[in-house]
Design a protein around this ligand. Structure first.
Ligand SMILES: [Zn+2]
Length: 539
């Protein structure tokens, strides 16, 4: 029996299983479970799993079609592909050639029908899993990190941006930005860093700025904008010290030599796309920007150390574990609300707290004077209303199954369209081969010229159709992910039934996965559920 081993490793990080390791593990598995006489090894290094455009992968596919081996072994499913469509195509081709497939990490053996079914399901979920999606985004971002461009979005304070258009490796136009410093704002950034090192508190820096009438775009700084500026590597000078700092944190970084002692840094993948919370630094991708660094790496790192120490203290004192619904809770003026006036019982448990609008608190009620909101009561109301929502199955059916059904029918349409596109391409290919045949028999050069022109025209038409097919494939994949997203939200709603059994963190996580935001209007709380357009007014 002959076994093929396929391994893949993507470009950037040195982390993850090395190719050699993947191969050793596969060999070990094969020797334990199969009677293997020969191994054929395929290894792609420096390629992403986002498509199948990989030389060794293509060689493996070609060999499989020639039945050069009996079983294909890989270390993990996503080594083959992180794209469900590519993945299922590969598996179907293997099956058609009577080749078994084994992924040792997931322990699927496609020689059994159950193994095949499990593998499909798991490949679909693997793609959906946030981590995998994040990895795909990461691949793209790493590619961009090397260019040192800022990707747009919320512009860091101290800079304006200049838009430039670049063509990416797929031939698509993409808008990217270059950061241009604004001298007056840069001075404020320097002051904020200086003051924080002196005062060691976001709130104290906020008060200092308000007292000295220092504003951004005519508005006062608040604690979160201050902390955002202090945590952003965009101001930090790229030098050996900052290189070492980020390597130690486990962030992906470019080569050491890129840290030139002059430029500023750019952090990609800093926030989670769904919860918008700051990720652990080990998931950041650091690039060296095209702008100048402003804060010395020594000062920048000192600020991070102070901030982290303060955070640890806050967790120890329990102040971060009071509220179930911050930072989802917003005042109707648009500001976030925070837990305040916390009173504790003798045993340390929380007796009482309010949610207060940050703008109201900051301006002593002059810019917003909304009523405070009872903390325990608000948390309880959100939980109860989620439960009510989850138990109203009729409501859920209406909201989610409607969407799922329309996605299903759209999928049928797309599949039909895909079939007819493939048909058309096939027809045109046949036309070309007939035309080619007719040239072979002809010695009339004028006719040949005419035929060649025609072939060229049909060939261009085929290219257009293939482009259309690619767009359609992308649409089918997006729809499938959307559908799964709905299905997973439904699953999460089922978990709401057990909400009371969960611990504080689990409750918090579940609520954050389901709820988009909660708005306090002074009388009532309005609950906005993710993936749904309508709102639920509670209390
Ligand atoms: Zn307010």
């Amino acid at each position: 029996m002959k076994a093929a081993i396929y391994s893949r490793k993507s470009k950037f990080t040195g982390k993850g299983e090395s190719i050699q390791n993947q191969i050793e593990l596969c060999k070990e598995y094969a020797n334990n479970y199969f009677n293997i006489s020969e191994f054929i090894i395929y290894e792609d290094e420096g390629f992403s799993g986002g498509n199948t455009d990989r030389p060794e992968y293509q060689r493996m596919i070609a060999d499989a079609k020639k039945k050069k081996f009996d079983v294909l072994i890989c270390y993990r499913l996503d080594r083959i592909s992180r794209n469900v469509l590519d993945f299922s195509k590969t598996i179907e081709m293997l099956q058609a050639n009577n080749i078994s497939f084994v992924s040792i990490r997931e322990q699927f053996d496609t020689s059994t029908p159950m193994g095949r079914a499990m593998m499909y399901i798991s490949s679909v979920f693997a793609q959906l899993e946030r981590e995998t999606i994040a990895e795909r985004i990461k691949d793209n971002m790493q590619r961009l990190a090397l260019t040192g461009r800022w990707l747009g979005g919320k512009k860091p304070f101290g800079f304006k941006s200049k838009q430039i258009e670049v063509i990416n490796y797929e031939g698509e136009k993409r808008k990217l930005y270059e950061l241009i410093p604004i001298p007056e704002e840069i001075e404020i950034v320097k002051l904020i860093y200086k003051k924080y090192i002196e005062l060691c508190s976001f709130t104290k820096v906020e008060s200092y700025l308000i007292q000295n009438n220092i504003k951004r775009n005519g508005k006062f700084f608040n604690q979160s904008t201050v902390s955002y500026i202090l945590r952003n590597p965009v101001y930090c000078v790229a030098d050996q010290l900052s290189y070492e700092y980020f390597s130690r944190q486990g962030s992906a970084t470019p080569d050491k030599n890129e840290f030139d002692g002059k430029s500023g840094l750019i952090a990609y993948s800093k926030r989670c796309e769904t919860t918008w919370t700051i990720r652990n630094k080990k998931d950041w991708i650091i690039g060296v920007g095209r702008h100048k660094g402003i804060i010395s790496s020594k000062d920048w790192i000192q600020v991070q150390n102070i901030a982290e120490e303060n955070q640890t203290k806050a967790i120890k004192n329990g102040t971060s574990r009071i509220s179930l619904i911050t930072p989802l809770l917003k005042c109707k003026c648009g500001e976030t609300m925070k837990a305040s006036s916390i009173q504790k019982n003798n045993d340390g448990s929380i007796k009482y707290y309010y949610y207060v609008c940050r703008r109201k608190e900051r301006t002593n009620g002059s810019l917003c004077n909304i009523k405070n909101c009872n903390g325990h009561k608000a948390d309880k109301e959100v939980v109860e209303s989620l439960k009510k929502f989850a138990f109203n199955t009729e409501n859920l059916q209406k909201l989610f199954f409607g969407e799922i059904n329309s996605l299903n029918s759209r999928k049928e349409n797309s599949e039909d369209k895909k079939k007819s596109l493939l048909n058309e391409i096939e027809k045109k290919k046949t036309m070309i081969s007939k035309l080619v045949d007719s040239i072979t028999g002809s010695d009339n050069s004028a006719a040949t010229k005419y035929i060649l022109e025609k072939i060229n025209k049909i060939d261009n038409e085929i290219k257009e159709l293939q482009k259309e097919l690619q767009t359609l494939d992308n649409k089918i994949e997006t729809d499938m992910l959307k559908k799964l997203n709905y299905e997973i939200t439904l699953e999460l709603f089922k978990k709401v039934a057990d909400l009371d059994k969960l611990n504080f963190e689990e409750k918090q996580q579940l609520i954050h996965k389901l709820v988009d935001k909660i708005v306090w209007d002074g009388e009532n709380l309005h609950l906005y559920i993710k993936n749904i357009n309508s709102t639920n007014c509670i209390s």
